[in-house]
Design a protein around this ligand. Structure first.
Ligand code: PLP
Length: 417
């Protein structure tokens, strides 16, 4: 009862129409219709404060960071390092030294595979992933497997789209060196029981990497409460710029890991005989980084904190229920992934109409969805489909958007009747 009251209060405080006005891209017409943007799992739209931050950076502060003594370089450095601290607070990392700026989730995972995996994973060792991973949490481990002779073990997924936790426990052996699992499935929206997954692995001394690409925009993430060893996410899925993301790693791991790339900024001194590496996290940030991107991501985090992640999660949960019910009423529509715990991502097939055809017709009505395998080909195979249509909702989407999707889907059905 109390939980229901809290939910109602959170919803009442959430003014979606005011939020929508902060996102200029949402106001446009596409093919004569108001844009209905439901491709947020691929990338999110950007609020005005983030856009303004980028414009301001390039108009007034632009300079390279860390090495300059002039005013602009000092300002850029300060803004970049402040952004790192904002992100540290946002995911509740213990120290800013644990926040490594990378290009995105993909680079974060590759960094771990290279710098953590390579020195530790040998022939016969095992890496555990799940059947619902994005390709970026499969292929780096396959590359490592092929280089080292290690084995890749896969946690199976149920018909509902949930991980088989009993099978997971059976997969953990004395040869398991790492578990690397997605928090929220980008294809079917399942929210995996990450704390439990981590506890089970840690009970055997096995470190865990969390692919948090879809988690950060929908859930309140606390890396210390999760106790994960690594957590990777992308700025562009969090209402920030493309080309920047974050790898969180426990300090002890980063301290023990060799650098990922060599170059400027990741060193404290270089001679031809010996190079001394920089302190954390700079040891892992070779070369000029995406300075404006990092600062823009800091601004996105500010925006989300003002909106309130708790309110966002409550609003999206209600929107997901509404969308699931509305889509369930569309004839011949089958939702793929019906887990009890889902974020606001709904994948479906419409009779035997090809997903790309559905997506192309929806676009004629200004409805933007993603169609295809969503970089999760093994998961598509698990469900026996080549492709799905995916509607992924952000906190600026409304029930009106869901209604527009449903109306457009009914038009698709008419075309194929
Ligand atoms: N992991 C998941 C769950 C994703 O959804 C994505 C992107 O869709 C990625 C990883 C890769 O993210 P990026 O392409 O930003 O590196």
């Amino acid at each position: 009862m109390e939980a229901a009251r809290v939910m109602v209060k959170l919803m009442a405080d959430f003014d979606v129409e005011r939020i929508r006005r902060d996102f200029p891209a949402l106001a446009q017409k596409v093919r004569g219709h108001g844009l209905v943007y439901l491709d947020n799992a691929a990338t999110t739209q950007k609020p005005k404060p983030v856009i303004d931050t980028l414009v301001e950076f390039y108009t007034t502060h632009n300079a390279n960071i860390h090495r300059g003594v002039h005013a602009l370089s000092e300002r850029s450095t300060q803004a970049y390092e402040e952004a790192r601290k904002k992100i540290q607070r946002f995911i509740n990392a213990e120290s800013h030294e644990e926040i490594v700026f990378v290009r995105g989730t993909t680079e974060g995972i590759n960094l771990v595979a290279h710098s953590f995996g390579r020195p530790r994973i040998h022939k016969g060792d095992e890496i555990v992933v799940s059947a619902m991973e994005h390709h970026s949490n499969i292929v780096p481990w396959q590359i490592l497997r092929d280089e080292t002779g290690a084995n890749l073990k896969v946690i199976p997924v149920s018909d509902e789209g949930e991980l088989d936790l009993a099978a997971y426990e059976r997969l953990l052996t004395e040869r398991t060196r790492l578990v690397s699992v997605v928090y929220v499935s980008n294809s079917i929206g399942t929210v995996n029981p990450m704390s439990l997954i981590i506890q089970k692995a840690h009970a055997r001394g096995i470190p865990v990497l969390v692919d948090g690409a879809q988690a950060v925009s929908h859930l309140m993430v606390d890396v210390q409460a999760l106790d994960c060893d690594f957590f990777a996410f992308s700025g562009h899925k969090l209402f920030g710029p493309t080309g920047v993301g974050v790898l969180y790693a426990k300090k002890a791991h980063l301290a023990a890991m060799p650098p990922y790339q060599g170059g400027g900024d990741m060193i404290s001194s270089v001679t031809f005989e010996k190079t001394r590496y920089n302190t954390l996290p700079y040891k892992f940030e070779a070369g000029t980084p995406h300075i404006s991107g990092g600062i823009g991501l800091g601004s996105a985090v500010d925006y989300l904190e003002r909106a309130g992640m708790e309110k966002i999660a409550a609003y999206e949960s209600e929107l997901l229920d509404y969308a699931t019910e509305a889509l369930g009423r569309v004839e011949d529509l089958r939702i793929i992934g019906t887990s009890r715990h889902k974020a606001s991502i709904v994948s479906f097939v419409l009779g035997d109409i090809h997903a790309h055809d559905v997506g192309t017709i929806l676009d004629r009505y200004g409805v933007a969805v993603r169609t295809g395998h969503h970089c999760t080909m093994p998961l598509m195979e698990r469900f026996g489909v080549a492709a799905t249509v995916r509607a992924s909702f952000a906190f600026y989407n409304t029930r009106r958007d869901v209604d527009s999707l449903v109306e457009a889907l009914n038009q698709v059905r008419k075309v194929f009747r």
